[in-house]
Each structure stands twice: as structure tokens, then as C-alpha cells.
Write a protein that binds this ligand. Structure first.
Ligand code: ADP
Length: 342
């Protein structure tokens, strides 16, 4: 609704501008034309008067006196002016009509990206609030039930606090993601880049996910590289952590996750390979969208997540002018490949 009225307003502004330009030129043309016409008629009048005064009257032409000639010229002038004005009015009406149609179309085109951005933001806020409400509701219910229980034992209280802590951790992870999205997705300033040792970045990322790998009994294979590149160090570690975290999350217990880094011509190729559940071909186009979670992850393995990791990873790769691709076979595993220019 707000965009429709904005579109109308923008169209009216376009129209106002066109009307102004069109009226300005019409007045100029009208004035130029009438001055020229008057001048022409005056010279014709003088010519006839001159011929009359010399007695050189063209035989077939009637003899006019001065007033008659003046009256005739004024009548002709008025008539031509009127006709010209009508023509200008018709042309201007046409211009305004077409400008109105084109303006409405152009206003729609101008506003369309803003409209879809606002829609995107709205969807994002509602999805984020929804995701935050779930752990908050669980937390509230647990606390309320515990408060009503007069005979709460020490063990029960500590189990309750443990469960509360899990919910708080979830919220902390989600707010962390949201902050990262704000940092990378609407990045108007350039991220400060410096020379980053990819071995160092890989080690930091592997350290972050080691605990999860231990819990899931997943073996991590680290890269061996001397490559250095200009990049934003914090975001590179975050990118690797997201991909490794997913690879472990969607691996089967006892599986293997490999992080490989190599150089090809002027690019750095980073690969994260797992032997996990894989991704269905139909899901692949959507996995980089915000809050998108493939069904298999929910129904089969009940893996925790918000569907934000890959969207952040995608933004980080874009900020480094790189590309991220995935090939995956359900039941066999996935391979995420990031190509970054050096
Ligand atoms: P999350 O993992 O929190 O759900 P992501 O944005 O990181 O969110 O991933 C989106 C979806 O892509 C996941 O829900 C999962 O279905 C799929 N996915 C991502 N990485 C893998 C992987 N390594 N193996 C299988 N599926 C994956």
C-alpha cells in the first residue's frame, strides 16, 4: 500500500517535471512562431501597400486600403495563433499522457528493488523473532514449572539450570548469527583486509569445532599450507568455522571431515569435504538463503540450526569477491568449494 502511494507520488513528480519542460518549450515555440508570423505578415502588408502606392496593382489582385490590410492581417494572425495553440495543446496532452504512463512504469521499476528489500527485511525480522521466541518460551515454561514446585530437589534444580543453559546457548548462537549477518550482509564500508595466513585461519576454525567433532566422533583432517592472502581475518575464520561446523553436524558418527586449501593460478581454493547425509539436488539452490533448512536435516537427524550459517558464509565469500559452490550426493556426502581471488 505504502509503495503504491509512493509510486503515484513519484509518477506525479515525473509528470510535473515533464509538464514544466513541455510548457516551457511550448511557450518558446509559440512565441517564436507568432513573432515570425507577425513579421512575415507585416512585410507582406508593406509589400502590398508599396505596390498600391506605386499604382503597380496586379491586375487580378483586389485593391486594399491600409486599414483593410491591417484588419485582414490581424484576423489571419488570430486564426493561425488559435490553430497553433490548439495544436500545441493536443501535442502537450499527448506528451503528458505518455509521460504519465511511462512515469508510472518507471516509478514502479525504481521502487521495485526497494520494495523487495523491505519485504526481505520484514521476512527476516519475523523469522528472527520466531526463532528467538522458541527458546524463550521453553525457558519461561521451565522456570514457571520449577517455581510452582515446592519440593524441588538439588538434582532437579541443577537439571533445570542445565536445560536453561542450553536454551540460553541457542539464543546466544542465534544473536551471534544475527550480528554477523548485520556485519557482512549490509556491509557498506569495506572490510579492512590484511595479509592472512590461511594455515593460521584454518587452525583457529578447527579449534572452534573440535569439541563438536569429539562429541560426534568425527575425524578432522587439517590442511597443510603456506598460502597467505589479503583478506579480512575474522571473517575468514568465521567462514571456515561455519562450513566445518555444518560438515560435522551433518556427518554420521565416526565420519571424516577434510579441510583442504590449495592455490590455482591466481585463486585460492578452499574445500570442505564430508561423508555425511548429503543434500538433495532440489535443496541445493536454496541452502544459501536465510533461514532455509533442508527437510532431511529436520526429519532424519534433528540437527540443531537456524539456516543462517550458509547465508553468512555466502556473504563473506561475496565480500571477498569469490564464489562458493557445492556438490553433494545424498547418503554419500558433500563438498563445498570456495574460490577466492588472491
Ligand atoms: P543450519 O545448518 O543451521 O541449518 P545452514 O545455513 O548452515 O543452516 O545450512 C542450511 C541447510 O543446508 C542445512 O539445514 C542443511 O540442510 C544443509 N547443509 C548445509 N551444509 C550441509 C552439509 N555439509 N551436509 C548436508 N547438508 C548440509
Amino acid at each position: 500500500m505504502i509503495f503504491h502511494s509512493a509510486r503515484i507520488k513519484l509518477t506525479l513528480w515525473y509528470l510535473l517535471m515533464i509538464m514544466f519542460v513541455s510548457a516551457f518549450f511550448s511557450i518558446l515555440i509559440y512565441q517564436g512562431f507568432t513573432t515570425e508570423l507577425e513579421r512575415e505578415l507585416r512585410s507582406q502588408t508593406y509589400e502590398i501597400q508599396y505596390q498600391n502606392s506605386r499604382g503597380n496593382v496586379i491586375k487580378s489582385a483586389p485593391i486594399f486600403d491600409k486599414e483593410m490590410i491591417g484588419a485582414i492581417s490581424n484576423t489571419i494572425l488570430d486564426k493561425v495563433r488559435k490553430q497553433f495553440m490548439i495544436q500545441l495543446f493536443i501535442i502537450n496532452s499527448g506528451i503528458i499522457f505518455f509521460a504519465g504512463v511511462a512515469g508510472y512504469f518507471l516509478a514502479g521499476k525504481t521502487l521495485q528493488p526497494i520494495e523487495s528489500m523491505v519485504e526481505d527485511q520484514k521476512r527476516f525480522v519475523s523469522d528472527a523473532s520466531h526463532e528467538l521466541r522458541t527458546p524463550l518460551t521453553a525457558l519461561k515454561t521451565e522456570i514457571e514449572v520449577a517455581l510452582r514446585d515446592n519440593k524441588l530437589t538439588h538434582n532437579e534444580a541443577s537439571a533445570l539450570l542445565q536445560s536453561n543453559l542450553e536454551e540460553v546457548n541457542k539464543m546466544q548462537q542465534l544473536t551471534g548469527y544475527l550480528l554477523s549477518m548485520g556485519r557482512y550482509e549490509n556491509n557498506t564500508q569495506k572490510l579492512p583486509k590484511e595479509l592472512v595466513s590461511l594455515q593460521e585461519a584454518a587452525n583457529q576454525a578447527l579449534e572452534r569445532v573440535q569439541a563438536l567433532a569429539n562429541t560426534k566422533r568425527v575425524k578432522l583432517i587439517a590442511p597443510k599450507t603456506k598460502i597467505e592472502m589479503h583478506a579480512h581475518p575474522v571473517s575468514i575464520v568465521e567462514l571456515l568455522s561455519i562450513l566445518l561446523d555444518n560438515a560435522i553436524k551433518y556427518s554420521n558418527p565416526g565420519g571424516k571431515v577434510t579441510l583442504a586449501i590449495q592455490e590455482k593460478k591466481k585463486s585460492v581454493i578452499i574445500e570442505v569435504i564430508d561423508q555425511g547425509i548429503g543434500i538433495k539436488a532440489g535443496d541445493i539452490p536454496y541452502i544459501f538463503n536465510r533461514f532455509y533448512r533442508a527437510d532431511t536435516s529436520r526429519s532424519k537427524t534433528h540437527t540443531e540450526g537456524y539456516g543462517l550459517g550458509l547465508s553468512i558464509a555466502h556473504s563473506i565469500v561475496e565480500l571477498h569477491k569469490g564464489i562458493i559452490t557445492v556438490d553433494s550426493t545424498p547418503g554419500k556426502g558433500s563438498r563445498f568449494v570456495i574460490t577466492l581471488p588472491r
